[in-house]
Ligand binder design. Structure first.
Ligand code: NDP
Length: 329
């Protein structure tokens, strides 16, 4: 089998970190051939074409074909997996409404081009920020494609949260499970440790022995650390996180296509679960079963957790309203 994968913003930094791992089989496994379509805006074509030359030189056994284009109809032709990475960054003096409008102007037409050109079972993962609302706009513009096929990446936030917990607990990151992200991929996101386990034991017990006042530590240390990790990386590295964002994108798509053993996090369309208004693309605890994300239902939320979820969801509602007010939804 060959899977056709379209990557927008393929000439950018995250695109560059993604392409070689996809071609090496990290996303779909060692038996799945891939056909890559690198979709860029005209200014990004040179970088994407350069990456395509390097992909050739990688001599990847699974890589059937690479095409570089700035035409969305060509870029999404027959696409099974769309990774929407390219987005308009916030420029100097740009208000949030300007940012939402600029990105609505990108993700609306891309949603329409996906509906018109992609394979019938297309799955879309939005990485470009503001990812949740960009996914909402793309889904709303993709007539005939079920909105369940549009998702936003929050896996990097979850990976960061699990890594922070593992470090504090002195545990392997792989032994820390069930740390869902709720809400928006933004500073309001809520990384929830209330159901988390380390080697199968509740994390809260292990944490109490190390940090003492767990609620205080969560509120003032853990949550800000996870939410501001991007800024920390920029400060230390001198530029934004790239490889970890690409790696989380690979995790998200791999789990969506191949299934999960336990919970993870993804921005998926709400059908009203946990009181999240219907139609929003919000992060939830999810499992992937038979190629579909399922929201883990029935979890208890403390009053404090409930308030955190509500605050992040309120931001998503505001973003939706702002885009509606611009007549772009
Ligand atoms: P990056 O590849 O570094 O980032 C791309 C997008 O991913 C940004 O929106 C960025 O958001 C987002 N992102 C999500 N998670 C992270 C994370 N953890 N760390 C960093 N970024 C994250 O940007 P480049 O500028 O290098 O590349 C963008 C490419 O997209 C360019 O080649 C450009 O030509 C192209 N582009 C394509 C468009 C299209 O296809 N229509 C439209 C606009 C641009 P944030 O800005 O918040 O960091």
């Amino acid at each position: 089998m060959t899977t056709t994968i379209t990557i927008t913003g393929a000439g950018g930094q995250i695109g560059y970190a993604l392409l070689f791992r996809i071609a090496a089989g990290d996303m779909l496994g060692p038996d799945e051939k891939v056909r890559l379509r690198l979709l860029e805006i005209p200014q990004g074509l040179g970088a994407a074409e350069g990456a395509a030359l390097e992909l050739q030189d990688g001599a990847f056994g699974l890589l059937e074909h690479v095409e570089v284009t700035d035409d969305p109809a060509v870029g999404f032709e027959g696409c099974d997996l769309a990774l929407l990475v390219g987005a308009r960054p916030r420029g100097p003096g740009m208000e949030r409404a300007d940012l939402l409008a600029a990105n609505a102007g990108i993700f609306g037409p891309q949603g329409a081009a996906i509906a018109a050109n992609a394979a019938s079972g297309v799955r879309v993962t939005v990485v470009g920020n503001p990812a949740n609302t960009n996914a909402l706009i793309a889904a709303a513009s993709a007539d005939g494609v079920p909105s369940e096929r549009f998702t936003a990446l929050t896996r990097l936030d979850e990976n960061r949260a699990r890594a922070q917990l593992a470090q504090v607990l002195g545990a392997r990151v792989g032994s820390v499970q069930r740390v869902p992200i709720w809400g928006n991929h933004s500073a309001t996101q809520f990384p929830d440790v209330s159901h988390a386990t380390v080697d199968g034991r509740p994390v809260s017990e292990a944490l109490a022995a190390i940090v003492g006042d767990v609620p205080e530590w969560l509120e003032n240390t853990f949550i800000p650390r996870v939410a501001k990790r991007g800024a920390e990386i920029i400060e230390v590295r001198g530029s934004s996180s790239v490889a970890s964002a690409a790696s989380a994108t690979i995790d998200h798509v791999r789990d969506w296509v191949r299934g999960t053993e336990d919970w993870t996090s993804a921005g998926v369309v709400s059908r009203g679960e946990y009181g999240v208004p219907e139609g929003l693309i919000s992060s939830f605890p999810v499992r992937s079963v038979a190629g579909e994300w399922q929201i883990v239902e029935g979890l208890e939320l403390s009053e404090w957790a409930r308030a955190r979820v509500d605050a992040s969801v309120a931001e998503l509602v505001e973003e939706r309203e702002a885009v509606r007010a611009l007549g772009m939804l």
